[in-house]
Structure formats: structure tokens, C-alpha cells
Design a protein around this ligand. Structure first.
Ligand SMILES: [Mg+2]
Length: 218
């Protein structure tokens, strides 16, 4: 159990989660959902191309035929527009829903997503559409502080899944007893995604569910 840390983390009880079972925190984009694919479809409708050539976001977006990617400002504008109106259109990552349904038999599941606050309604609708009734927290910045605030409320084992090493490292630092796992859902992104010995990288959801179960079994 982590030391109590002062954060603005909501109470598990208020989220409808029991502190009497293991807790699994799961990211959405590139973990539960195929964000790059969905964002790419959205961009295509706006006359832009997503070319996955590196582990980056805006640097992979190009006007057709151009070798110069769009600027940060335009990227941010498109990103915000996507989350405001289209983030419910993404496809679930293969195997993710079955895996969460299996994990939820023995654990509490909380969805912890870094997305703009305006995404809350559509992102919640997306989860429900796929039968995932778990609570959602939208965060910005490194996930360690909020994760530690949540994890500190349970004496049971905990696990955290994300595609980004920055979030995985942040959780490992703030909640060192939590089992951390890296998952990168997009097949095209996988070869470019940096990995770390600190966090097992498991891109197959069935294998990942098994590893999480082993970690939280105690
Ligand atoms: Mg993600």
C-alpha cells in the first residue's frame, strides 16, 4: 500500500468502486481504444493524412503529398476538435473488452484517460456502448499523482496499464507497489513505441489480462 499522498483524487467509494478488491487502472487511447486509427479517419475527412513514421502525434500528420508535417498549433486544434465531437467513434483495441470483462470478475476497474475535459460525455458514452460500465477519470499531465491518490485508498494489490512510458514511470514513482504494464494497441505504432525494462510490454490483450491477474492475485 502506498503512503497517503495529498492529491485531488476522487474517493473510490464515490466512483462506485470497492476498496475491498484489487484495483486495475486502465488507459484508453492505444490501450482500450485504437486512437491513432480513429484520429487518422477524422483527419482524412479534413483532407489530411496520418502517416505513422515515428512515435509521435502531430509530427505524423501531413497535408496530402507534403513531406512537411503540420504545426503544433494546428495539431492541437484538430486534437481538441476530435475529442470534443468524435472520440466516441474509435474502435476498441482487439481483445480489450473481453479482457476487461474477465478482469472485472476479480478486480475493480477504473478507466484513467488523459483527454480534454470536454471529452467526458462522449468518452463515457463510448465505454457504455461497448458494455464497459467502469468509472472514468479524465486527467491531464503525468498520471502518477492521481493514480497514487486512488491506489492509496485500497490495501489490495493494484495494477496500471498505459502505452506511454511517461505515465508508467510517473505511476511507478508515485505508487511503487503497483504493477505497471505497457500496451500499445496500434500495429503500426508498435515498432516505434519506446519500451522500458521497468514495465513489462504486453501488446496482446489476452496475455496482458493473464499477467495482470497474476500480479493482483497476491
Ligand atoms: Mg494512451
Amino acid at each position: 500500500m502506498a503512503d497517503p499522498i495529498q492529491t485531488a483524487a476522487p474517493r473510490l467509494h464515490d466512483l462506485g468502486l470497492s476498496p475491498d478488491r484489487p484495483l486495475v487502472l486502465v488507459d484508453v487511447d492505444e490501450v482500450l481504444g485504437l486512437f491513432m486509427q480513429g484520429f487518422g479517419d477524422f483527419l482524412r475527412q479534413r483532407g489530411l493524412e496520418m502517416r505513422i513514421e515515428r512515435f509521435a502525434l502531430f509530427q505524423n500528420i501531413f497535408p496530402p503529398g507534403s513531406t512537411e508535417h503540420i504545426g503544433m498549433e494546428e495539431g492541437r486544434r484538430l486534437f481538441d476538435e476530435f475529442f470534443r465531437g468524435h472520440c466516441h467513434e474509435i474502435e476498441p483495441a482487439p481483445g480489450a473488452i473481453d479482457a476487461l470483462n474477465r478482469l472485472s470478475r476479480g478486480a475493480e476497474i477504473l478507466i484513467l484517460s488523459n483527454a480534454p475535459a470536454e471529452a467526458e460525455r462522449l468518452r463515457t458514452a463510448w465505454l457504455r456502448k461497448h458494455g464497459l460500465e467502469h468509472p472514468l477519470i479524465l486527467n491531464s499531465g503525468p498520471k502518477g499523482p492521481v493514480a497514487a491518490g486512488l491506489i492509496g485508498q485500497t490495501a489490495h494489490r493494484t495494477a496500471f496499464v498505459d502505452d506511454l512510458l511517461s505515465n508508467l514511470d510517473s505511476v511507478a514513482e508515485h505508487a511503487p507497489d503497483t504493477a505497471t504494464f505497457q500496451h500499445v494497441a496500434d500495429l503500426r505504432l508498435r515498432p516505434y513505441a519506446p519500451r522500458s525494462e521497468r514495465h513489462p510490454r504486453i501488446d496482446d490483450w489476452a496475455d496482458l489480462a493473464e499477467a495482470i491477474e497474476a500480479a493482483i492475485r497476491g
